[in-house]
Ligand binder design. Structure first.
Ligand code: SF4
Ligand code: F3S
Ligand code: FES
Length: 248
C-alpha cells in the first residue's frame, strides 16, 4: 500500500535556511532515508544528505526527525501516522554545511585529543593476556558506529557552543572509560578525563544513552564508572599516596 505524506525538510546553508514543504509518495516498508532519496529523484534534486550503508552501520545518516535525533535509514515510515507532518532537520549541535549535512569535525578533533592505547612495558604484542570479562566490557563500547547522535544530544554542548572546547562529549568520555578500564593500558587517564575532557560537566541525564542506535549503555556502563574511578582517586588518601610514591 502507498500513500502521500507531508514532509517538511530544512533547506539552506551556513548563512540562512528555511523549512520547505513537500508532498511525497511513501510505499510500504520504506524508511525516512527512502523518502529523502525520492525527493532527490523528484522535487528536490539538489537536496544534500549524507548516507552510505542504509543498514544502520556507517553512522552517516544522522538527522533530527520531528525534533528527535535519529538515523534516517533506521526510522521506519510505519512508525508515523499517515496524516502526520514529518519534519527533517540537520543535527542541531554541529554547523550546517548544506541542507541535512552538518560539519561534524568537532568529533574528529575530540577523538584526536585522546591518547591511544598505551601498551604495558616489557610485554610484546602477542604476549598480552586478558580475562574474558575485560574483553566483553570493552566490546560493548566498540559497537559504536560514530553516528554522533549522542554528541548531538548532550545538553552540555547542544545549546552551549562555549562548552565545546572543554567537553569531549559522551562518545569520547566513553572511549576514555574503555581505556581506563582496560587491564593492560598503562596510561593514567583519570586526571585528564576530569581536567581536560570535561567529565565533570556530565550530570548523568542519560539523554546520550536514549538516542544511541547501538543501545550502548553509555551513562551506566561508561560515564558513571569513570566518574567513580576519578572520585576514588581524588578522595582516597591511600590511593593518592600510592600514586605519588609509585605503588598505585
Ligand atoms: Fe552513536 Fe552510540 Fe556511538 Fe554515540 S555511542 S556515536 S550514539 S553509536
Ligand atoms: Fe550528556 Fe550523557 Fe552526561 S547526555 S550530561 S553525557 S549522561
Ligand atoms: Fe549508514 Fe544510515 S546510511 S547508518
Amino acid at each position: 500500500m502507498s500513500h502521500d505524506q507531508h514532509f517538511r525538510v530544512w533547506r539552506g546553508d551556513s548563512d540562512k535556511g528555511e523549512l520547505v514543504d513537500y508532498p511525497v509518495l511513501v510505499n510500504e516498508g520504506e524508511v525516512v532515508l527512502d523518502i529523502i532519496h525520492r525527493l532527490q529523484q523528484t522535487e528536490a534534486q539538489d537536496l544534500a544528505v549524507r548516507w552510505n550503508c542504509k543498514a544502520g552501520k556507517c553512522g552517516s545518516c544522522s538527522v533530527e526527525i520531528n525534533g528527535r535525533p535519529r538515523l534516517a535509514c533506521m526510522t521506519r515510515m510505519s512508525t508515523f501516522e499517515e496524516d502526520e507532518v514529518i519534519t527533517v532537520t540537520p543535527l542541531r549541535t554541529f554547523p550546517v554545511i548544506r541542507d541535512l549535512v552538518t560539519d561534524v569535525s568537532f568529533n574528529y578533533t575530540k577523538a584526536r585529543e585522546i591518547p591511544s592505547f598505551a601498551p604495558p612495558e616489557g610485554v610484546e604484542p602477542g604476549e598480552y593476556r586478558m580475562a574474558q570479562v575485560d574483553v566483553e566490557r570493552s566490546q560493548e563500547f566498540r559497537k559504536c558506529i560514530e553516528c554522533y547522535l549522542c554528541q548531538n544530544t548532550c545538553h552540555v554542548v547542544r545549546d552551549h557552543e562555549e562548552n565545546k572546547e572543554n567537553f569531549a562529549g559522551p562518545r569520547y568520555l566513553m572511549r576514555i572509560a574503555e581505556l581506563d578500564m582496560h587491564p593492560l593500558d598503562a596510561a593514567d587517564r583519570k586526571e585528564a578525563a576530569q581536567e581536560e575532557h570535561g567529565l565533570g560537566y556530565c550530570n548523568i541525564t542519560k539523554c546520550c544513552t536514549e538516542v544511541c542506535p547501538e543501545h550502548i549503555k553509555i551513562t551506566d556502563n561508561a560515564l558513571i564508572p569513570l566518574k567513580e574511578r576519578v572520585v576514588d582517586r581524588k578522595y582516597d588518601p591511600l590511593v593518592w599516596l600510592g600514586s605519588k610514591i609509585g605503588i598505585g
